[in-house]
Design a protein around this ligand. Structure first.
Ligand code: AMP
Length: 527
């Protein structure tokens, strides 16, 4: 239906037309579209039948998902969508404080957990949980009997399958939390219309087919997963979820499953190259590769092209605030490379998206001039959950139109291709994770009890941060103790690899901790 923006509708449609096609494969389990739709439908039924659900008058209804990537997480997420609610993934690696902060910010109506998520339900978390708590793997089935494979469209299972609840373009589809400079994560609210625009556009751009077998490398809490899941299911293709234990063996995994679509951050390709898992021609079945979420080094793209000679490589750029990806660049031997950075250009806007480079006043700059990249169009987020001030600051109206200021330095070259030139602020990406250094500073300040602290991205290889080093002012401090305390506050990927105590922390001319000088100290130390 043209006016139905429910993200679950594609799975429902395919479950009726190609019920036995594989929707998800994980470890030695697979779910066909029919089985997947039934499980999501059953879960949705359980949600909507619950009195607490019916009593909720505050819209939009939000359902938290506390589950590791796998079939149960997909069922949980799709079940929430099916019921017409927005889903809110909560990272399993998050420390309790952060889970509590997300629960407090969200006013969830329900939470769905898998076996791994259930382990995180401590007394404190349970006390903060919404009234409905469901185990995704323990939802009773609505059906008895087996699928009649002779009649696909009217199979007994699907005969009883209620369609997903109709959802309008402006309804909330999901909330994804990202690192926040004030020390608290912020929830990016994406509407169903934005999500649908992205999914339909990207399926066309990549030319995904129902016969494709696509890789999932992300947790639900990373918005790249929205691309992996919904683009694959929109096409009626199969999503093959890479178990976390097999990340080092991702090439073998892709070969064994004869994957045709690779989706990952470039860091994974870099890591595979480093461990010599990428040999020329080793991925002959791949016809599409999507790299996104962080800068794509030209060398990594070249090496990948050798390993996957039949794949078209796409470099996709975008912040969570503009629904996964909003600019795209196909890599080839004559692709624009960002001068001085050796990264593949971020390309041109996807359908429905606009991009421009602006000065500090928000005025569009001519081609060739460097400024901040602003994104406009249908994929812009509704804003940050419960943060109207921050929303209006980051999503200003310029020339009568709403834009999102990305915080990325950028330039548009004379052929209209955009190039990303790094950050204006202190946001970094480590292995694809978006991190505001100020958020680590805040945690470091708390646990060390020292006011003057600073964190820097270190080391840097191929222009990409590989880790984080923290500094605290004053006398030496027990780094092991500090790390344990930081792990209570921050997800593991934000915990500094080292914390160094300095008698004097360098300050810049505006009296702030001088991160450049700190990085310089590390550079000197390493030479
Ligand atoms: P996230 O919200 O986690 O997707 O992070 C968005 C940020 O990641 C952007 O503002 C950029 O700084 C960076 N980023 C994402 N994709 C790319 C890309 N293809 N090239 C360069 N930087 C990227």
């Amino acid at each position: 239906m043209a006016d139905d923006f429910n993200l679950a509708s594609a799975v429902w449609r395919h479950s009726r037309v190609t019920p036995h096609a594989t929707a998800i494969a994980y470890k030695n389990q697979t779910l066909s579209y029919e089985q997947y739709a039934c499980r999501a439908r059953d879960l949705a039924m359980q949600l909507v039948r619950s009195p607490a659900w019916q009593e909720r008058s505050v819209k939009p209804l939000k359902v938290g998902i506390l589950a590791s990537r796998g079939i149960d997480a997909c069922v949980a997420m799709l079940g929430a969508c099916w019921a017409g609610a927005a889903y809110v993934p909560i990272g399993l690696k998050l420390p309790q404080d952060r889970i509590l902060a997300i629960l407090a910010a969200c006013e969830l109506t329900a939470i769905i957990v898998d076996a791994e998520g259930a382990k995180l339900l401590t007394d404190a978390v349970l006390a903060a949980c919404p009234p409905i708590l469901i185990r995704a793997d323990q939802v009773p089935s609505e059906d008895h009997g087996h699928v009649d494979s002779s009649n696909h469209i009217n199979s007994p299972l699907l005969g009883k399958l209620a369609a997903p609840v109709q959802v309008a373009a402006e309804d909330l589809a999901y909330v994804i939390f990202t690192s926040g400079t004030t020390g608290v994560p912020k929830g990016v609210m994406i509407s169903a219309g934005s999500a649908q625009n992205y999914v339909t556009t990207i399926v066309k751009t990549l030319d995904l087919h129902a016969t494709d077998r696509a890789l999932e490398t992300c947790e639900l809490s990373f918005d790249f997963s929205v691309h992996n899941m919904f683009a694959t299911w929109q096409a009626g293709a199969a999503l093959h979820i890479l178990p976390t234990t097999l990340v080092m063996n991702a090439v073998k995994f892709a070969r064994n499953a004869q994957l045709t679509v690779w989706n990952s951050v470039p860091s994974l390709a870099g890591m595979l190259q480093q461990i010599k898992a990428l040999q020329p021609g080793c991925l002959p079945d791949l016809r599409i590769t999507v790299f996104g979420g962080e800068a794509l080094p030209q060398t990594a793209a070249r090496q990948w092209q050798d390993a996957a000679p039949n794949a078209r490589i796409f470099n996709l750029y975008g912040p969570t605030e503009a629904t996964v990806f909003c600019l795209a660049q196909v890599f080839s031997c004559d692709t624009a490379i960002t001068a001085g950075r050796d990264f593949v250009a971020i390309g041109t806007p996807l359908g429905g998206c606009q991009a421009m480079v602006v000065d500090t006043e928000g005025t569009e700059l001519p081609d060739g001039m460097t400024g901040e990249l602003a994104i406009g169009g249908v994929q812009l987020a509704q804003g940050y959950l419960g943060k109207p001030q921050l929303t209006s600051q980051k999503f200003p109206v310029l020339n009568g139109k709403r834009w999102y200021l990305t915080g990325d330095f950028a330039v548009r070259d004379l052929s209209g291709v955009f190039h990303c030139l790094g950050r204006i602020d202190n946001q970094i990406k480590v292995s694809g994770y978006r991190i505001e250094l100020e958020e680590i500073d805040a945690a470091l300040r708390q646990v060390s009890g020292r006011d003057l602290v600073g964190t820097v991205a270190w080391p840097i290889a191929d222009g990409t941060p590989k880790g984080i080093v923290g500094f605290v002012a004053g006398s030496p401090i027990d780094p092991a103790e500090l790390t344990i305390a930081l792990k209570q506050k921050l997800p593991p990927y934000m915990v500094p690899n080292r914390v160094i105590a300095l008698e004097i922390i360098p300050l810049n001319s505006s009296g702030k901790v001088d991160r450049r000088a700190l990085a310089e100290l590390l550079k000197i130390e390493s030479t």
